[in-house]
Write a protein that binds this ligand. Structure first.
Ligand SMILES: Cc1cc2nc3c(=O)[nH]c(=O)nc-3n(C[C@H](O)[C@H](O)[C@H](O)COP(=O)(O)OP(=O)(O)OC[C@H]3O[C@@H](n4cnc5c(N)ncnc54)[C@H](O)[C@@H]3O)c2cc1C
Length: 418
């Protein structure tokens, strides 16, 4: 093995976790860097995942156990790579570890929680509710550590926390740290973020209170979400009996994302099942351009076609406005097949917003990463030692992301063992 036989994995979603575990199980030392306080990426925030509709914790738990039990993997959460220099086989990486203010040396107790009253938006739930400024990101968080938003505290709260921490559970003087590591190859698995629905100004997000996005829908349906798994619409907390899904909200649109985001059709079909299962006698309408459910996912679609309470309307939604009294979204669309215009009220609308590669938001200093015209990462050209894995390269479902991660490990290992 070369002197720098380590592999750096950036991003602790399903792709990064799989890559780290695969590489370590093949004998490599691995450094895994995740910017959030927990591993799991977008998948851990889903309610269930297609096609089997199991909770994300089941697949994630196995992978987190592979990480936790493997001494070859060093995990840095709340961390980002500031700089990479060098070349394939010999990279020097600077990692910034941001302060958590919770040391993990002593448990966080009720006295600490009672010391803090200030609330901050709960980003895990896409801001749909609030959480205390001292919080556990979610019930199955790994590492299982609280996080403190120190800047949100009042001076009284800071003092109370200090008084409650004689054993050092909370350290308000924690600073960010810089760590330098030498690695032979890098796997970038920084995944995706949802397209900003506010930019779809004709579709009413941000103006019509009962228009939400598909990622918000996942949290609304989740038992650990803001409504404890009850589907309740934002304006009045009532169960929405009539729900519309708007496909290709941003995707396949030259003004937004010119490409197909690949997973949104299956995402909405899955969410249509949430509605049908959770709200008695509910009716669902899916507005689509084409339903793209390739391979074995086709059966999932065909099963839904059997449900008389789910209708599929081929046609792009032109506009969504809101009834000022009921706050019901009003959807205007053109039905392609009968060739007529439609205007219909729903209780709630879900926008199937597309996938944007997050590498666009945080490029890594020191390396010239090659991205395609849509911003997705392209592996290093010949001779480089930097490879992508998962949705940073293209929109993918979980099983394809995992396979892509294994492929990235195979390429990285050829560098570190040559
Ligand atoms: C509405 C919706 C529903 C879906 N449902 C399903 C489903 O049911 N089944 C299914 O198979 N697929 C589903 N998908 C697709 C699934 O979400 C992706 O396959 C999966 O998230 C890809 O994982 P990833 O690790 O590549 O990316 P991510 O999940 O995005 O993980 C990337 C990780 O990298 C971290 N990161 C980002 N930037 C940095 C940085 N600069 N430094 C350090 N860390 C960083 C992030 O915080 C995150 O933890 C769905 C997608 C959508 C839009």
């Amino acid at each position: 093995m070369s002197a720098n036989g380590k592999i750096l994995v950036i991003g602790g979603g399903i792709s990064g976790i799989s890559a780290a575990a695969d590489a370590a199980e093949l004998g490599c030392e691995v450094v895994l860097v995740e910017k959030e306080p927990y591993l799991g990426g977008r998948v851990i925030r889903m309610n269930q995942y297609f096609p089997k509709l199991c909770p994300p914790t089941c697949g994630m738990e196995i992978n987190v156990r592979r990480i936790r039990q493997n001494p070859r993997i060093k995990v840095y959460t709340l961390s980002e790579v500031e700089k990479i220099s060098g070349q394939a086989g010999d990279y020097t990486v600077t990692i910034r570890v941001n302060p958590r203010y919770v040391t993990g040396k002593q448990p966080v107790t009720q006295a600490h929680l009672d010391a803090v009253a200030t609330e901050v938006p709960n980003t895990f739930n896409y801001g749909m509710d609030k959480t205390k400024a001292l919080f556990l990101p979610h019930d199955a968080a790994y590492p299982p550590l609280y996080v403190l938003k120190k800047d949100a505290l009042t001076s009284e709260e800071s003092q109370r926390l200090k008084n409650a921490s004689p054993g050092g559970a909370i350290d308000l003087d924690m600073k960010d740290e810089r760590i330098e590591v030498k690695v032979g190859a890098v796997i970038i698995a920084t995944g995706w973020r949802p397209y900003d629905a506010v930019r779809l100004d004709n579709l009413g997000f941000g103006r019509c209170v009962n228009v939400i996005t598909n990622v918000m829908m996942e949290r609304l349906a989740a038992l650990s979400g803001p409504t404890a798994g009850k589907l309740l619409r934002p304006s009045d907390g009532k169960e929405p009996a009539k729900v519309a899904f708007v496909q290709c909200a941003g995707s396949r649109d030259e003004n937004h994302l010119p490409y197909c985001s690949a997973v949104c059709c299956m995402g909405s079909l899955k969410q249509a099942r949430y509605v049908r299962e959770k709200v008695a006698d509910s009716k669902v309408t899916i507005f689509y351009i084409d339903i793209r459910t390739i391979g074995r996912f086709e059966k999932f679609y065909y099963d839904l076609l059997e449900d008389p309470n789910i209708s599929f309307i081929k046609g792009k939604v032109a506009k969504i406005t809101e009834d000022p009294v009921t706050r019901n979204p009003i959807v205007e669309a053109e039905e392609v097949i009968p060739g007529k215009k439609l205007s219909e009220q729903f209780d709630m609308v879900v926008l199937a917003t597309g996938i944007v590669p997050s590498i666009m938001d945080s490029p890594i200093a020191g390396v010239n990463l090659t991205c395609d015209s849509d911003g997705f990462l392209v592996d290093s050209p010949n001779g480089g030692g930097i490879f992508g894995a998962g949705c940073v390269k293209r929109p993918l479902d979980v099983s394809r992301s995992v396979k892509d991660a294994t492929a990235a490990v195979m390429k990285a290992i050829q560098i570190v063992r040559r």
